[in-house]
Design a protein around this ligand. Sequence first.
Ligand code: GLC
Ligand code: CA
Length: 559
Amino acid sequence: MTDQLIAPPTVEAPPASWWRNAVIYQIYPRSFADSNGDGIGDLPGISRRLPYLRDLGVDAVWLSPFYASPQADAGYDVSDYRTVDPIFGTVADAEELITGAHALGLRVIVDLVPNHSSDQHDWFKRAIAEGPGSPFRDRYHFRPGQGADGELPPNDWPSIFGGPAWTRVEDGEWYLHLFAPEQPDFNWEHPAVRDEFKTILRFWLDLGVDGFRVDVAHGMVKEAGLPDIGDTGEWHLLGAGESPFFDRDGVHEIYRDWRRILDEYPGERIAVAEAWAPTLARVANYVRGDELHQAFNFSYLGTAWNAHEQRAIIDESLAAMREVGAPTTWTLSNHDVVRHTTRLMQKVEGDAAGRKATAVDDEAGLRRGRAASALMLALPGSAYVYQGEELGLPEVIDLPPEARQDPAFHRATGQDGYRDGCRVPIPWSGAEAPYGFGPDGGGSWLPQPESWARLSVAAQAGVPGSTLELYRAALAIRRDNPALAPTDNLTWVSAPAGILAFDRSAPGVPGFRCTVNMGAEPVEIGRPGEILLASGPLEGDPDNIILPPDTTVWWSVAR
Ligand code: GLC
Ligand code: CA
């Protein structure tokens, strides 16, 4: 009796961790839906399309930046972190979007760009206006140059977008920008910078967002003294080795601070790191129990389409995240890389992430892209879907140079030089551009190919076998099938060469199997179970199925 009296009151069970196996849909606001006909997507446009995303079956959306910005890098150059750029709408529109999404059961993740601001941010403008010695210069990295007259950059760091990472201002000092000159890097050793971002986090959390995608999450802390890197030739984010400006251990202190803030809010607010660390073990550091929740798996994104390498990277990813108790994430496409329907067909030397798109056979690319999507969505953990991949959009490789807006394109040979081709606005309906992206006659900030009429949402909705219906079916199965709920339950099944096969099982429920043919020849696979989903047509007969190349099948298997 006494025991019962002093027993703690019944507490509500903690909410299930929604993010551990969530499907998160990336919206690139300027290319999603344009409500006012200026050719640029906006927040009211997104709000109107939310029912589409609910019907697609995703759990959350992640919005690329929509904050006040001169748009030197499509919004990744923020001049005011607490307001919405007029091209995208207002803070009230953002609130409406968040409330509208929540009403449909969708969570909202917003982008946070802490490595650098815009050169039009108040702090940077004051740093420039006040000249050398201004306290605002300490909030960025200003340095005198080298050489007799300071005419040489302070060190040899390259910008990711090409050219040196330093720009000289009129009074002779130089400032650091790992990206475009319009994106000066913050000095994260300065307490004002740290405090500022804590209040920015709270601003958006108070407005109701469910989390943040942290841009260049590996970049904020620089090695003291900003030492030279030595001549390493062309610098790439992906597969970058050790460097004095990326993946320094000091960044983790920032994330421990942020985690405490996120945890103060109800409902499991999360953060996902865009951290291009050299190994998956280094990536796992960002998602230790007291840091961020997820990190993008760029090693998986960059892996070529063959059974041996895919199996290895899947194993490695699961093992690395298991070490720290975080779920693995899977991404095939985003706004920085060649769309996977094109990329997975390309032979790109030394760079599987595919920065330079080349022409591929569209039909073959789509077949492989669909097989890859069905594989990704069958893997345990959280999956990121980039807008338009559910329509099977290919990379647009023939944009005229005058239409291109990616700063990297204009800075010549830097990383990511060709990112406009994955940012072409979404075709929603109709026979002519802008295909319902905005009002008729409104146009689109990048031209849409003529062939996109047949790829529009309206052209695919309800059409059996369409890519859109494949995604809808896959997401519905993923949500309802209890074998797919656990986030670390993958068991490989032995299979003929070129075939990747794995099971996912959970106690007391029917088994699930995924079989993928990554080889060049059709393969007889018998009949492992009842077909739940196929990414393309199958051959053979029901008891001896022949799996064509670049095809994925999901099965329900007897236990
Ligand atoms: C990230 C973004 C990319 C942007 C860069 C600089 O890599 O994904 O689009 O250009 O950071 O902010
Ligand atoms: Ca608009």
